[in-house]
Write a protein that binds this ligand. Sequence first.
Ligand code: SF4
Length: 432
Amino acid sequence: MPLTQSPFLLYSDGQGNIFEDTTLYALGRTGWDAVPVDVDNWIELPDGGNLYELPGRRGIGLDVETNELRLCDKGIAVAAFIPPAYTGFYMAAFETHAEAPTLPLFCYTAAAWYNNKFYVTGTRIEPDIRQEKSGYDAEKIQAGVAKFTKAYPDNRLVKHLADTCCNTYECPAARNFFLGRWECPIPSSPACNANCLGCISFQPEEESIVSSHDRLVFKPTVEEIVEYTVPHLETAPYPIISWGQGCEGEPLLMWETIRDSIVEIRKHTQKGSININTNGSNPVAVKKLMEVGLNSIRVSLNSFRDEYYTPSYRPNNYQLQDLIESLKTVTDMGGWASINYFVFPGVTDSVAEVDALLKAIEYTKLNMIQWRNFNIDPDWYLGNLGVTDTGACYGMAQMLQIVREEFPQIKFGYFNPPIERIRGNFEEAFAH
Ligand code: SF4
């Protein structure tokens, strides 16, 4: 139900109990600033979303009487993790105490309360329901795990997808594989040529936060990859197979194995889409993969501006321009190119970033933007980049509008599209 007034700030007692403070309206955070949020930018907390209490932090709200900003002194700050398919417009507004711990690698979207409902800022950006919480039947998943591990007893990758990805991390892509549907993961690279601040598969010892996944420790063979991916492409609805998962490093470091796998796979089936999620560091390797049948690429980045990209990705032997060339290579060769754009309000929607994005779209002929919430502690991120002022910004809602008006053909979403959407009616929401 759309709001007609600002909702109230949320706070926690530190024991997992969350309350509303009706003396304070909720605000949003953009860059380092706490700002009022337009009532149209609030939506009900979607199914699958979570609320977090933020240790060592106090919420900043707008006093309902004086209309002035002030801290909530009733408890600690609260934020929301909004589920995949939704893009957040503002982060939670809070003040961090000096001894507060760094927050783990989740997104911290602004959350509030009104009329017995929780609200968050954002929008549903993706109609595809492949990662809907309600779509996962645990019994069917375990039946699939039993069936596939029995069918491929010596396949280390299927064992990794079962024991680690599905049954330890509850990875949505791995669970979809064991349910015999949609996008199937192919983690392949134990190493990476970048050192991202917010890497979810590797965090240096000296960092206070831990990575949410352990990185793959073996290099799968072409045979192991082909053995389970060909049947998936042949039998799954809207089938996609994807290199570049959260539990691995950079797949382009394994491009020869990927090339040989694609060649072998396409000897057995022409069905589905073959995709790579990557940091885009090697356009020459991307060209070689396109030559043998790669269909789509998704390049991850936090910014098209070097002063944000390089201190965040800390690349070894490549640079921002390389990933731009990788995107252009794919569209030049008739493939589908997406960016996995880490949304950080205040940075992503800044005037300078929007300008850089529009130039990159013009040059690369990009097909799709996946507006992915950036899973990172905002203070830690901006602090490590040495950013004290993120500059003038449009607001995420207006930014989406600007990009749509400038490039009406570009698609918005959150997930890699299957070949049916790439070559068919893209807007068709799949009634799976
Ligand atoms: S490119 Fe991916 S795997 Fe490599 S450091 Fe960055 S987040 Fe981690």
